[in-house]
Each structure stands twice: as C-alpha cells, then as structure tokens.
Design a protein around this ligand. Structure first.
Ligand SMILES: NC(=O)c1ccc[n+]([C@@H]2O[C@H](COP(=O)([O-])OP(=O)(O)OC[C@H]3O[C@@H](n4cnc5c(N)ncnc54)[C@H](O)[C@@H]3O)[C@@H](O)[C@H]2O)c1
Ligand SMILES: [Fe+2]
Length: 428
C-alpha cells in the first residue's frame, strides 16, 4: 500500500472544456468560433482523416459563418518532436491565426495543442516537455481558442491538458502537460467516426477501456499529502466526479465496443463509443492513469517492425491504445490487492455476462482478455515483436514515467514491472 500521508489532502479539482455532442455538431463550429470573435482559423488534420473529406466539409461550413478557414493535413500519426516542429513552422508561415480547429484522432488534437502553445508563447518545444527530458516550462501567455473535433473513439484528448509525442533521438515518448493546453471547446460528432477502420476502432477503444480502468483504480486524491493551491496538478487522483465518468464509460463499452469493431456502420454503437471516449476523457483527464500507460510508452517508442492493420503502414508502429492494452491484464492482477472492490466492480461493468472465476483477482483480467481476443488485439507484448530479452529495456522506459507510476494504487518497483512485462509476453 502507498505510505499514509501525515496531512492528507482534502481537496480535489475538476476541469473540462465546453462540450457539444451529437450527430451534426461539427457543422456548427463556424457559429461557435464567431462567438469568440474569430475570423481566421487553421484546421489541423492528418492525411488519412483528410482523405475522408471531413476537414474540407467542416471548412466549407465554417465559411458560411464568415470564418476564413484553411486545412493543414501534415499531422504525423503518433506525433514526434520533428513532426510537431514541422507543423508549428507551417502554422507560423501561413498565420497569424485567430483560432485552431483539430479534426482527427489524438495525433491531430495533440499536434494542434503544440501549434497553439508554440505560436502564442516564446521558446522551443523542449522548453515545455515534461522533465527530465525537457524543462517543464509553463506557458507565460494565454493560448488561442482551440476547438477539438475527435474522429476516433479513443483518446479523450479533446478534454485533456496533455500533448503526447515521441522524441526520436532518445527513442522515448513524453509529453507536455499544462492546464492551458486544454481545448476551449470539444465538438464530438459521432457521424465523423464511422469511417474509422476496424483496427483503429479496436486500438482506440482499448485506450478508452484503460483510461476508465486506470483512473478508477488510481490512488485516491486523499492518499496524497495536502497541497498548497499553487501545487495543484490536473491529475489529482481518483475522486468521486472522475469515478462517475469512468463507471459510465465502462457500461457503454460493455454494450457497444464489440459491435463497433464488427460493423463500423452501426450508428448506435458508434454513438455509444463516442460518448464512452468523452466520458473516460473527462474522468482520467482529472484523476490520472498509471501502470498500463507507463508501460505503453516504451512498447510504442521502441517498436521494430510491427505494422498494424488500419494504420498508414509506411513506418512500424504500435498504436497507443494497443500498447496500453497489452500489459493491462497483468497490471490489474498486480494492483488488485490495493483496492479489490474497485477491480471487481469494474469487471462487472465491463463484462456483465462474465462467467466469474472463483478468485476475485481474476475477474478483471479475464474480462479484459475476453474482450481483447474478440476485437483482434495481438497476443501480448510478444505479439508486437518483443521477447523476454527486451524486458530490461522496457522496464527502463516505463520507470522513466515516474509521474504516472506514482498514481498506481500500490508502489511499483522495477522488479514488479519486469514481472508484468514477462507475464504479458503471451496472453492466451
Ligand atoms: N492528449 C491526450 O490526452 C492523449 C490521450 C491518449 C492518447 N493520446 C495520443 O493520441 C494518439 C493516438 O490517437 P488516436 O488513437 O485517436 O488515433 P490517431 O489520431 O493516431 O489516428 C489513427 C489512424 O486513424 C486514422 N483515422 C482517424 N480517424 C479516422 C476516421 N474517422 N476515418 C478514417 N480514418 C481515421 C488516421 O488517419 C490515422 O491513420 C497517440 O499519439 C497517443 O499518444 C493523447
Ligand atoms: Fe491513453
């Protein structure tokens, strides 16, 4: 168990963007931008999303409300330091802009957050990256309005205060984290998600599942030492408001995840998944995530030659949601003893039809494994190209995610993580 604080925290915080949800909502963005006094907006997207025609359609609708809109479709799927610098340069060249509109998955939304930060504030990307990789600088000036329009059902990046990227030279994933990065308005339009390939729906959906499960089982906010107001952080630990979102997200996933992967045109399943992604984002964006996300950073960052279905395919890639999911069953076996009732309750929500094993510690891993098999996840960390010989390297990468590991409901050592990685090599 985590050490008992001498002066326990009694306060938690909750932050969220303005939200517009529902089929057709993305047609109203021009109206919303006009309310902020915006005249010129840059739409930030990736080539795959651009090919669906959605960003151009949104630009056309914005023009009807008098907004001058241009599309930048150069986002790199799973952004890197190089791709973010490139995007910032292009935005500077074509600017100045009054607002940014991200249309796409987490990759496009996070790229727009970096563009927004670096076109409104001095300094270089590394100044703002989380320590120890960067200097963890806080933006001195306010950012521009950012409207985030997710086209995947996954990351919840439209609600969060973080931007995630690969630092290519160091082969590590890291992020920028500051309340000012949070989008001003999230426009979640399930109609935009129906063109997601099945492989993207599966990986992005596992990201939702893990956001909900990790924030639900994170150390409670009361387990920390009391903070002064200036020490408060966006991720404050499990709390009653975040719990509510996570529980609702798990219930929606139970009803619709398999159906959305099986038949992408199932409008009800797509709408449920869009709502689940939003709910889980509103939860974990305030409570935090822990071991599966810490383990995902090196799994994605050190990829050799894995190329998943549904993704661009020019470069090897372990998608974020897949990387998170692969250690989740073992991670929750490890955390079970810290808060057993939360683990069994989460399993019941995620898989109401589960034939429950006698050992309550097995409920959640069993529910996860059943789901992962059904939606076509690879068979463990070994299934994306790693072997037991890679475990020290993977542990080393995960241990660098101190900020996340400290949110686990029990202390985690390198040896504990090595056990999680070894046992996650093959899952079934
Ligand atoms: N900021 C956060 O809070 C946060 C949280 C979790 C993950 N992330 C980051 O988000 C990224 C992953 O984002 P993602 O899973 O949403 O996917 P993504 O943005 O990387 O997109 C995945 C692929 O799906 C395609 N695609 C997306 N929507 C589509 C649609 N509607 N139709 C057709 N193709 C579509 C894209 O072109 C791309 O090839 C990672 O970089 C991850 O680290 C950020
Ligand atoms: Fe995630």
């Amino acid at each position: 168990m985590a050490a008992v604080p001498s002066d326990p925290e009694s306060v938690f915080t909750y932050g969220a963007p303005q939200l517009k949800f529902g089929p057709g909502a993305s047609g109203e963005i021009g109206f919303d931008l006009a309310q902020y006094g915006v005249r010129r907006a840059l739409i930030v997207t990736d080539p795959g999303v651009a090919a669906t025609g959605a960003p151009e359609r949104i630009a056309d609708r914005m023009k009807k409300y008098g907004i001058d809109a241009e599309v930048f479709d150069g986002v790199h799927v799973e952004p890197t330091d190089a791709s973010l610098r490139h995007a910032v340069d292009r935005a500077r060249e074509s600017g100045p802009w009054d607002a940014y509109v991200a249309v796409g998955g987490g990759s496009s939304i996070d790229t727009a957050k970096a563009i927004n930060l670096l076109t409104t504030n001095d300094g270089e990307l590394t100044d703002y990256l989380n320590p120890p990789i960067g200097a963890g600088r806080a933006p001195a000036r306010p950012l521009l309005p950012l409207v985030a329009v997710p086209t995947t059902t996954g990351t919840g990046a439209e609600s969060t205060t973080v931007c995630v990227l690969d630092v290519l030279d160091l082969k590590v994933k890291t992020g920028i984290s500051h309340p000012r990065l949070r989008p001003t308005l999230a426009v979640v339009d399930p109609d935009l998600t129906v063109t997601q390939p099945a492989g993207v729906t599966a990986s992005a959906g596992m990201d939702i599942v893990c956001h909900a499960l990790e924030s639900y089982t994170a150390r409670p906010y009361t387990s920390y030492e009391r903070k002064a107001p200036e020490q408060r952080v966006p991720y404050c630990g499990a709390n009653p408001v975040a719990d509510m979102w996570s529980e609702r997200a798990l219930a929606l996933i139970a009803g619709s995840f398999r159906a959305a992967v099986r038949d992408g045109s199932d409008a009800r399943a797509r709408a449920d998944m869009a709502l689940a992604a939003t709910f889980a984002g509103l939860g974990f964006g305030n409570a935090g995530v822990h071991i599966p996300h810490a383990g995902a950073y090196p799994i994605a960052g050190r990829v050799r030659d894995f190329r998943p279905d549904g993704y661009p395919g020019e470069e090897p890639l372990v998608p974020h949601g897949m990387a998170v999911a692969l250690t989740a069953p073992e991670a929750f076996r490890f955390t079970f003893e810290a808060c057993p009732e939360r683990h069994t309750r989460a399993a019941a929500l995620l898989d109401p039809a589960l034939d429950r094993p006698d050992d309550p510690a097995e409920h959640l891993p069993t529910a996860l494994l059943r789901l992962m098999r059904d939606i076509g996840m690879p068979d463990g960390v070994g299934g994306v190209g790693y072997t037991d010989a890679d475990v020290p390297d993977l542990v080393d990468g995960a241990m660098k995610q101190r900020r996340l590991l400290e949110m686990a409901p029990r202390p985690v050592t390198g040896e504990d993580l090595a056990g999680v990685f070894h046992r996650s090599m093959t899952l079934w």
